[in-house]
Write a protein that binds this ligand. Structure first.
Ligand code: SF4
Ligand code: F3S
Length: 102
């Protein structure tokens, strides 16, 4: 089992999730973060931290977001670990508003 980051993270990159993760399983590009399924210990701590509800347990990913399971798995192989909180993207607040979280 693992947890997975989905599309709501794109354009936000709040990184509150990283601050609570006990292992280094988040990787990131310029747009968003991804979870390494081989490192995630399924603690669930990251889920309530995300202001835009981007993270799901792999068993609870909505049908229209299932593609993100394989995207996370593939992207982490090519991207550096992000293990400290960073400044959210300039577009973060606007994206969160558009998604209905503000
Ligand atoms: Fe990290 Fe736990 Fe979230 Fe997995 S479930 S990404 S180990 S905080
Ligand atoms: Fe993305 Fe939410 Fe983490 S926006 S960086 S999954 S806190």
């Amino acid at each position: 089992m693992t947890f997975v980051v989905t599309s709501n993270c794109s354009g936000c990159r709040f990184t509150d999730c990283v601050a609570v993760c006990p292992v280094d399983c988040f990787h990131g590009d310029q747009a968003m973060l991804y979870i390494n399924p081989e490192v995630c210990i399924d603690c669930g701590a990251c889920v309530p931290e995300c202001p835009v509800d981007a993270i799901f347990d792999e068993g609870s990913v909505p049908e229209d977001l299932q593609i993100w399971l394989s995207i996370n798995e593939e992207r982490v192989r090519q991207l550096p670990v992000v293990n400290a909180r960073e400044t959210p993207l300039l577009s973060a607040e606007e994206t969160a508003r558009r998604l209905g979280f503000r």
